[in-house]
Design a protein around this ligand. Structure first.
Ligand code: BGC
Length: 415
């Protein structure tokens, strides 16, 4: 009896493995290595495995994906690209231009992607009229994540203006906590910069400076104020901030050591992964002065040109990513919102529902713009040039006036 059961089990397991191999395999390059990110990735992995497709994981740590893009370049140069690659904004267009990505148009047409993916996202999923990427989510960078415990302890409420934000940070610091949890890495500094440009000058200023790269906006007094504000925020981070990974900064808020973190909504994935609940354990609100606007980034999976034998599994991966049910279950865990307009927000938590509503509002009001920090405002050359200035200033190498001059010059040189 026992033996028969064990044999039956062994058979079932064996059959499962055989089926997985039968449907092919995908090799996926990504930078989802934090606890929350890995949990979200697992939703995709398991979905594919249930369809009989084996998953070969190729993680390359580093938020914003810089390191992942370096590894990708080496793989493509060696003539051995992965099946699919997590990618952001202008990087997708750059790779498409090089003629090495696969065409998904037939699948996109059959599945009606064009009707449900917002235009702002399609700008990055299509190139020369062809679909080349499957968007899995929409994140945004103008969020603040706060410790409910510290806010309750100090009787604080959500700040709605710059002055209130500063008063709140002061109170947290005076009480002996780290006021602002931050990791000193260029892309994290730039993530705060996105929000501060938006809150200081408004979303039209954000567009003029970081999307249109208008030299007047880049060199303006408003931009000087942006840098002054960045310098002010720098006074609220702890001494050990340099080089810290973003998820370790989130952990400081989760553990009640720090009052807040200014970070995209992938941070929510960390709170959820730690078993926390919005409104009970942590708070999510928009960076003061940016409510009604969204600076977004969308993770898209770009398919590379692979051998014919790998093609069916690649197409199945793209189709699975775009399934409405999958987009709901994945994004609930990831902290982002679906890349399709026809997915119900019913199963999302309070922050997720807010994310869905804010995105719809910003899309309708034309206050939805790509994040500079996460590659959706300008090509990598410009993005990296801005990173350098923002980080040098944040670390005290330039005063605000010099930073403005450097910004204008660096952007001009990078174009
Ligand atoms: C990606 C997110 C990721 C974050 C931190 C962003 O650029 O869009 O999916 O969680 O980087 O790694």
């Amino acid at each position: 009896m026992v033996l028969a059961t064990a044999g039956g089990l062994a058979l079932a397991v064996g059959a499962g493995v055989a089926a997985a191999q039968d449907q092919g395999q995908v090799e996926v390059l990504h930078w989802w290595t934090s606890g929350g990110e890995a949990a979200a990735l697992n939703v995709l992995k398991e979905d594919l495995e249930s369809k009989g497709i084996a998953w070969e994981d190729m993680p390359v740590a580093g938020g914003g994906g810089e390191q992942a893009m370096t590894v990708l370049r080496a793989r493509v140069t060696a003539g051995n690209p992965p099946t699919a690659v997590q990618m952001l904004g202008y990087d997708i267009r750059d790779w498409a231009e090089q003629g090495v990505v696969a065409d998904l148009s037939e699948t996109a047409k059959a599945e009606g992607w064009g009707e449900v993916v917002p235009e702002a996202l399609q700008f990055f999923s299509t190139y020369d009229g062809q679909w080349i990427a499957a968007p899995v989510n929409v994140h945004s960078t103008n969020w603040i994540w706060a410790s409910k415990q510290i806010f309750d302890e100090l009787g604080l409420s959500e700040p709605t203006s710059w002055d209130e934000l500063i008063a709140t940070l002061d109170k947290i610091q005076e009480a002996g906590h780290v006021a602002l949890a931050h990791g000193g890495q260029d892309w994290q500094d730039a993530t705060i910069f996105d929000a501060v440009v938006n809150s200081t000058g408004g979303i039209e200023f954000y567009k003029a400076a970081l999307i249109d790269l208008d030299p007047e906006a880049l060199g303006s007094d408003t931009m000087k104020e942006v840098f002054d504000r960045m310098a002010k925020l720098r006074t609220y981070v702890d001494d050990n901030f340099s080089g810290r990974d973003w998820n370790l900064a989130t952990a400081m808020v989760i553990e009640g050591q720090a009052g807040m973190q200014m970070m995209g909504d992938w941070a929510k994935g960390e709170f959820i992964n730690a078993g926390q609940t919005p409104g009970e354990d942590f708070l999510c609100f928009r960076h003061p002065g940016t409510q009604g606007t969204v600076t977004f980034n969308t993770d898209q999976f770009v398919m590379f040109q692979v051998g014919e034998e790998q093609r069916p599994a690649q197409i199945e991966l793209a189709k699975s990513i775009m399934e409405p049910e999958f987009q709901a279950s994945f994004n609930i865990v990831k902290g982002s919102v679906p890349a399709r307009t026809d997915v119900s927000d019913e199963a999302f938590d309070a922050c997720g529902k807010k994310g869905v509503a804010d995105l719809a509002e910003a899309n309708a009001d034309a206050t939805l713009y790509g994040s500079l920090a996460h590659g959706h405002a300008a090509p990598a050359s410009v993005k990296n040039a801005i990173y350098d200035v923002v980080t040098a200033h944040f670390n005290g190498e330039y005063d605000s006036e010099t930073a403005v001059e450097e910004l204008v010059n660096a952007v001009a040189a990078a174009q």
